[in-house]
Design a protein around this ligand. Structure first.
Ligand code: ATP
Length: 209
């Protein structure tokens, strides 16, 4: 469950204030946020992830108002409850795929066994890459690893920043399916921001900024 109200943000070096519509998602609901370049999509995603503090307004995720948390409590909350799929993969290049998943679990203070990790990689179609370093992966495999890293700790909110914009139609469909399957499996909210109109049909809830 996630809700926000009266959210605004102003970058320190900017004279304009970005204002965002209120959000209200029940458990396991998904939302696609569309908007032209520069409208504030990434800013909104970073506010929802607690990476930026809003100038005004509140964000409540699973009954916790994250705007009132201390920096330390917010880091802990984000680690446990939120998974992010970034435009550019944030995997650690010196580690293998499996080691990256273990490192993510370590940082989120969650545990899992090797079989479960390999099963996740299997679902995402990259189990055969488990012992490869991430610089040996193709763009599509890296994209799947990005999803694995975002969901391995079973977050209740998955935030994805332009997960499909650099993909061809086939991989775009596959990545969206994988994200939605993972959200459903964890009863998590999924929020995707993009200007990729191809994925509109995958969502019941669409918000245009
Ligand atoms: N660090 C910053 N300092 C000042 N202004 C910024 C900063 N980051 C973004 N902005 C401005 O805030 C506005 C919203 O930016 P944001 O990155 O959220 O847009 P976006 O919709 O995600 O764009 P895109 O689709 O191009 O990624 C833009 O006008 C941008 O120029």
């Amino acid at each position: 469950m996630i809700s926000s109200n009266s959210l605004t943000y102003q970058y320190p070096s900017s004279s304009s204030v970005l204002a965002f519509p209120n959000l209200n998602l029940d458990e396991a609901e998904s939302l696609l946020i569309l908007g032209k370049s520069g409208v504030g999509k990434t800013t909104l995603l970073h506010l929802l992830a607690g990476l930026l503090n809003p100038a005004t307004g509140n964000i409540t995720i699973n009954h916790t108002n994250i705007t009132t948390l201390s920096a330390k409590a917010l880091d802990a909350f984000r680690g446990k409850q939120i998974g992010m799929v970034f435009q550019n993969n944030h995997a650690l290049r010196s580690l293998t795929v499996l080691e990256n998943l273990k490192a993510r679990l370590y940082f989120t203070k969650k545990t899992s066994n090797k079989n479960a990790l390999v099963e996740l990689l299997n679902v995402l179609g990259i189990a055969d890459c488990q012992n490869k370093k991430t610089n040996e992966l193709s763009i599509g495999q890296l994209q799947r690893l990005g999803i694995a890293l975002a969901v391995v700790h079973q977050p209740k909110l998955i935030l994805a920043d332009e997960p499909t914009s650099s993909l061809d139609d086939t991989n775009c469909t596959k990545v969206m399916q994988l994200l939605q399957e993972q959200a459903t499996a964890n009863k998590a909210n999924l929020i995707v921001i993009t200007h990729d109109q191809r994925i509109k049909a995958n969502f019941k809830n669409v918000l245009s900024l």
